[in-house]
Write a new protein. Sequence first.
Length: 270
Amino acid sequence: MSADANMILFAVFSVTIVILGLFLIFVLVMVRSHRKIEAAQQERIRQVQLFSDKLQNAREEEQKRIARELHDELGGTLTSLKYDLHWLEHNTAAQDEITQRYKAMQEMIGSTTKLVQRISSELRPKILDSLGLNAAVEWQAGEFKKRTNVDVHLHLSETLPSIDDAVKTGAYRIIQESLTNIARHAQAASVEITIDTRNQNLFVLITDNGKGFDSALLQHPESLGLLSIQERARMIGGKAAITGEPGKGTRVTLEVPLKNAGAGTEGTVL
């Protein structure tokens, strides 16, 4: 082989090596850049989740405050007005028109008092703080049946351990959201709710015999009710699984680790 041919081969080989080296450097730079972008995205997701958690906790505290003020302040004022009207009715001249107006006002105050109590309970039932998760779910199930005429069957463990307030609130909200979804979409005739402990976890199961749904809806951005359940589960350190099949109902499962599974029972004030 001539010297010129050797030079040409050497030049081609050198250029190839340089190109491969540049390509390798490019790949390494792209991988490093991708990792930085991925790390930045993960950090943004973490910050968004942290903000979401703080916002949800602030919302729960605000709902608790508003519910307390509605029940205690406004409810107390309406009760005082009712007694004042009752006193005026029995201490003024008996005229049919006046008597009728007194009765109409008393009925209006009574209706308003019930409305205030209902709104207060929907914001945050006092029974959740005073008697615990089981009692609050029993109350919610009763209210759900009144509104929808759907049978609710409860399977509530009588030996639940003391539950952290955040976990208790999150589990209650998930059950509440599940019942709301059932009322709006499921066309169910009956619902079953189970609350128990399994392997040091709080276990919650909500099933219905409604029309079910396509599992692809879980990825739909407008499925806010389903997404809300999963986000609430994440906030309390648990996992929620939502499964459904057209014509075969829906199943919502929640499992949350319990930090102090042996301390106290659900029957105590939590």
